[in-house]
Design a protein around this ligand. Structure first.
Ligand code: UDP
Length: 287
């Protein structure tokens, strides 16, 4: 076992104890996180999130990534079981400028937004380079296949080992079991799930122990973006933190309630709560 030791000066007759600092072969890395309205978000930038994912691939076991945005925080504050679930994932990235803004009131600000769509692209790049399989679960019929075709053009050699578009709404036990078997047989290294939040993240949590997939991530509308069915906001809007406004204009009937009734008051409530709060311990051990 490799250890690092701190040896203090002693005499031959009375040696001082040797203090073991840590076991360098089996060290648990510490995960600094920031508390945003009760949701613990990892203090990562894009590159360190990618590093973390590369370690998940080699460390053994199954890992879950959540791409947390203000809507996740809003849902989690209404549903404590979702909050508990989110706080148990292996990596929770800040997928939205509002989270970066809120973190500035905590004394431990996040340095940048880590967009889920870009993290997904980085995972596909890693998968293509290392010959690892990816599985796409979710989105409307044909969307994941179209996304896979377009992604193969961007990342040549990308091995999409399976796609499946489930029925809308909650899944029957039979369909659930069928999906688990599909994924088990395909043996992907990455599983991307697009069922909308919180369903996609809860689905991963409930099934990951049977799937044996090193990295699973909920991806929202990412397959739709790569299939060309949904447009991403222009760069300048992303940089100003206005991607939500772009989506609202595209789908006002579906999204007005989410952004204006749920998320805006959540932003104000978390800001007020965070401004006056004492810092709480936010360190966790990396899986
Ligand atoms: N979706 C799905 N089944 C569902 C709900 C959603 O396959 O029961 C897919 C939907 O087609 C889309 C993705 O999940 O491709 C993200 O859904 P939505 O846009 O509602 O999620 P958001 O990103 O807005 O949270």
């Amino acid at each position: 076992m490799a250890t690092e030791a701190l040896a203090l000066t002693g005499t031959a007759s009375e040696p001082l104890p040797t203090v073991t600092l840590f076991n360098t072969e089996n060290v648990s890395l510490i995960r600094p996180r920031v508390n945003l309205g009760g949701v613990m978000v990892d203090q990562v930038d894009f590159d360190s999130a990618v590093d973390r994912i590369e370690r998940f691939l080699t460390s053994g076991g199954s890992h879950q990534i959540a791409t947390v945005n203000l809507d996740f925080v809003s849902i989690a504050r209404r549903r404590p079981e979702f909050m508990d679930m989110l706080n148990q994932v292996d990596l929770a990235v800040p997928d939205g400028m509002p989270l970066v803004w809120l973190s500035r009131y905590t004394g431990t600000p996040l340095t940048e937004r880590v967009a889920g769509v870009e993290l997904f692209g980085a995972c596909c790049e890693i998968a293509a380079e290392q010959g690892l399989g990816v599985f796409f679960l979710g989105a409307a019929e044909g969307v994941a296949e179209e996304a896979a075709r377009n992604l193969r053009a961007i990342y040549p050699g990308l091995n999409v080992v399976g796609t499946y578009s489930p029925s809308k709404g909650s899944l029957s036990d039979e369909e659930d079991e069928y999906i688990v078997q599909l994924i088990q047989e395909a043996q992907p290294h990455f599983l991307f799930v697009a069922l909308g939040a919180p369903r996609q993240d809860v689905w991963i949590r409930e099934h990951m122990s049977r799937l044996h997939v090193p990295v699973s991530m909920g991806v929202g509308c990412v397959f739709d973006i790569y299939a060309g069915a949904v447009k991403r906001a222009p760069r300048w809007m992303q940089q100003l933190g206005l991607e939500w406004a772009f989506r609202l204009v595209q789908e006002p009937a579906r999204l007005w309630r989410r952004y204006l009734i749920d998320d805006l008051p959540t932003f104000a409530a978390v800001m007020l709560a965070t401004r006056g709060a004492k810092p709480t311990p936010t360190l966790a051990a990396e899986a």
